[in-house]
Design a protein around this ligand. Sequence first.
Ligand code: GRF
Length: 202
Amino acid sequence: MIRLGVLISGRGSNFEAISNAINVGKLDAEIAVVISNRASAAGLEIARDRGIPMRVIPSQGIDREKYDGLVIEELRTHEVELVCLAGFMRLLSASFVQAFPNRVINIHPSLLPAFPGLDAQKQAVEYGVKIAGCTVHFVDEFLDSGPIILQTAVPVLDKDTLESLSARILLQEHMTYWRAIQMIAEERVSVEGRRVVISDAA
Ligand code: GRF
């Protein structure tokens, strides 16, 4: 069973959705550890309630390389095979990415490459796109830029507010992230340059 390390900074709803998918048997994986860079992250409560190992590694005031080194060490201690960023509000260093080649993934609430960075849903509303969505992608050292694994489209309705659109995107994030992880767990995902190729299920 593939061992996941989930990195969070806040609410943790994507972490919860991954954990739920495991609990109902849809995702063949184990969450080896949850790491937060913020002690106040609500997602830590979810880990505590579920008895999932968790660590807080505060990032404030530590330089990036050093911080990433601490996180890598913790991930290695828990024998993590796939690192899942789930609302982890930090850019990773090149050395982190190299420590887990094609083994770090992220979920972002837009159809990348549109609207990278913060407040993606707000950017989508303000731009006036008719189709929004979410993306699971491999992580490189740049912001929201690695090869795309899976995307789900979410129509923008005329009556949408930022809140209603964000909520519908989040619902799809929760459906999309574990599916991408499951495909990786089944070793169906390969990276060819910028393209991710998904082979058929056995
Ligand atoms: C999600 O919208 C995710 O796409 C983005 O940050 C948010 C995290 O939410 N990267 P949660 O902590 O998983 O609830």
